[in-house]
Design a protein around this ligand. Structure first.
Ligand code: B12
Ligand code: SF4
Length: 529
């Protein structure tokens, strides 16, 4: 079958700071290719809708598979699906990915018969069976694990057998030099592990993977890394190097293979403190940027988000990260309840630390616990505004003043890193990139004032809402919300034979309500030798 894999267009964030290779979609495409299907991939972050329609007309795919990781992309995907069904009425259309898994029935409904199926969970496992049914027996689609159609829902989605079996179809991407993160331009993406054993209340990473945590073997990582031509690599893991042993083993294999790249990763403050030696080692290997999800600068905030870490630990982690001499970025969640005074306190705090600070807005997402517990009424049900850059909950300040404060804070923080001291270095690095034909970073910087604008944010709220996100049923108190099944993949211990025999696979999972700070990994200090 000819299958066209489609990544939707850019969101606010990707227009300025970073744009990443759609690794998940490449993995799903590779699984289809392995079964003999012909696959093509178009990424609308870097190509236009006109390019998409041209490809439809020229190649006439028999199946179009959209990736929907981000809620804000739902309307774009639904409209593209409708246009595709008009152009190619016999083409089978499916949608998969993180957000699609939590809003499957709504997506089918919005599609008004244009979307044949939403495939929940990890796509590599489900796509093969789904395409087999599309080819041979469409009546059996409802029995595919993870499939949701207008007629009902199939069994629960299945996990991939072993992460070592996966190979992304990187060669399908047509514009590889368009992916970057800050000055790491161009950059590819790579995966070392999958899942997160913590359970922060605002996050759906754990509910998607059922709090499982799986690792890729160092040999497999090296094989993939060796295929990457880009000088930079973005490690997509939710929390990098939870297991010191695994981090060392991959690092040592990289050193042995003589691979030299710059790396970006995301981790938690407590993991950084627990595994200091791993991060020191990785600094030597080329770790250049690190993102720490600090989220709050007060204990109450940390408790509310169930970060299971303390303020003291976070500050200590920041100090340690500084001592490594790598560029550190942190995230703080702005609550719609913040007033001018609160913004001023946060601005002051952020100005006193050297790190890059990113401010996102507290946004309840389907699949998170806050989606069920948030007692404030949503002030919009427009999917496009669920991008952590818009306020979807009622703000204490009038909305325009809230955005005014937010933008002021973001601008102050942005300028903190572009001042007379840093400008020469930034200018120099920008020139070096331009000489090599890499314009992503420079274009992002130039776009910033055009993208982050008060009138634009306000206008986004005034737009017509073509599709409304369905509301959660009545708000639940925290314990009841936790008991409700939020999971896409069920939270049982995932230990198939192949994973169990893997030297790093034995990650004990915490009980769902376990209060420990570091589920299942506290004692993991041993270095792999
Ligand atoms: C890396 C990452 C990013 C990267 C972007 C990666 C990319 N190119 O898409 C960066 C840093 C840019 C980013 C930014 C943002 N992110 Co982000 N990100 C992630 C993260 C940590 C990992 C994604 C990943 O690469 N996973 C590894 C690959 C292999 O998995 P995958 O892409 O999910 O694909 C698998 C399945 O989803 C499925 N699948 C995917 N596509 C398809 C298609 C079909 C047809 C099928 C069948 C299956 C399928 O199968 C794949 C293989 O198993 C996830 C958390 C998570 N664990 O998923 C958050 C996550 C997706 N991000 C999130 C958010 C909110 C954002 C931001 C909006 C906010 C922000 N300020 O960070 C921005 C906006 C991004 C944008 N597009 O503009 C939320 C999504 C919430 C939501 N429901 O919309 C997540 C879930 C994190 C969270 N806290 O809950 N992100
Ligand atoms: S530690 Fe990070 S990825 Fe894990 S649940 Fe919390 S916010 Fe999500």
């Amino acid at each position: 079958m000819r299958v066209l894999f489609v990544h939707p267009g850019p969101l606010l964030y990707t227009k300025v700071f970073l744009r990443l290779e759609p690794l998940g979609l490449e993995l799903v495409a590779a699984a289809a290719q392995r079964e003999g299907h012909k696959a093509r991939l178009i990424d609308l972050q870097v190509e236009s809708h006109a390019d998409y329609h041209r490809l439809l007309a020229d190649w006439r795919p028999e199946c179009v598979a959209f990736s929907c990781n981000y809620l804000a992309n739902v309307p774009e995907i639904v409209d593209l699906a409708k246009a595709t069904k008009i152009a190619l009425p016999r083409c089978f259309i499916c949608v998969g990915g993180h957000s699609a898994s939590f809003t499957a029935h709504a997506i089918i409904e919005h599609g008004a018969e244009a979307i044949d199926c939403v495939l929940k969970g990890e796509g590599e496992a489900g796509i093969v069976k789904l395409l087999e049914c599309v080819e041979q027996d469409r009546g059996a689609i409802a029995q595919v694990p993870g499939a949701v159609t207008a007629d009902g829902e199939g069994p629960a989605p299945a996990f991939v057998h072993s992460l070592d079996d996966l190979r992304p179809a990187r060669e399908l991407l047509r514009h590889r030099r368009k992916y970057f993160i800050g000055i790491m331009d161009p950059a590819a993406s790579i995966e070392f592990s999958r899942g997160c054993p913590w359970d922060c209340s605002f996050c759906s990473a754990w509910t998607f993977y059922g709090r499982s945590y799986r690792l890729m073997s160092p040999e497999r990582v090296i094989e993939d890394l060796a295929c990457i031509k880009e000088p930079g690599a973005f490690i997509v893991d939710d929390v990098a190097f939870i297991q010191a042993k695994h981090g060392f083993a991959i690092g040592e294999a990289i050193a042995r293979a003589g691979i030299r790249k710059k790396y970006y990763l995301e981790t938690r403050g407590d993991v950084l403190l627990r595994n200091k030696e791993v991060f020191r080692f990785w600094k030597k290997l080329g770790l250049a940027y690190m993102f720490l999800g600090i989220e709050a600068i007060d204990e109450e905030g940390l408790r509310k988000y169930r970060k299971r870490t303390s303020l003291g630990q976070n500050y200590e982690a920041l100090e340690f990260a500084r001592s490594l001499g790598i560029e550190v970025a942190i995230n703080i969640i702005a609550d719609p309840d913040w007033d001018e005074q609160r913004f001023a306190v946060v601005r002051q705090w952020c100005m006193e630390i050297p790190e890059i600070v990113n401010i996102s807005i507290n946004t309840p997402y389907p699949g998170t616990e806050t989606w069920l517990t948030e007692h404030r009424k949503l002030n919009t049900r427009d999917y496009r505004l669920f991008d952590i850059q818009h306020a979807v909950l009622p703000t204490r300040l009038p909305l325009e003043r809230f955005y005014g404060e937010l933008l002021k804070t973001q601008r102050v923080l942005y300028r903190k890193h572009l001042n007379w001291r840093t400008a020469p270095a930034v200018l120099w690095e920008s020139l070096a990139l331009l000489v090599h034909g890499q314009t992503n970073f420079v274009q992002g910087m130039l776009r910033y004032p055009r993208i982050y604008r008060l009138d634009k944010l306000m206008a986004d709220h005034a737009e017509r809402t073509p599709y409304q996100i369905p509301l959660p049923s009545a708000a639940l108190p925290e314990p009841s919300a936790k008991k409700t099944s939020l999971y896409v993949h069920a939270p049982h211990r995932h230990r198939d034979k192949k994973q169990a025999s893997h030297p790093f696979a034995d990650v004990a999972m915490p009980a769902p309500n376990e209060p420990s700070t570091a589920p299942g990994v506290v004692h993991e200090q041993a270095r792999a030798r």
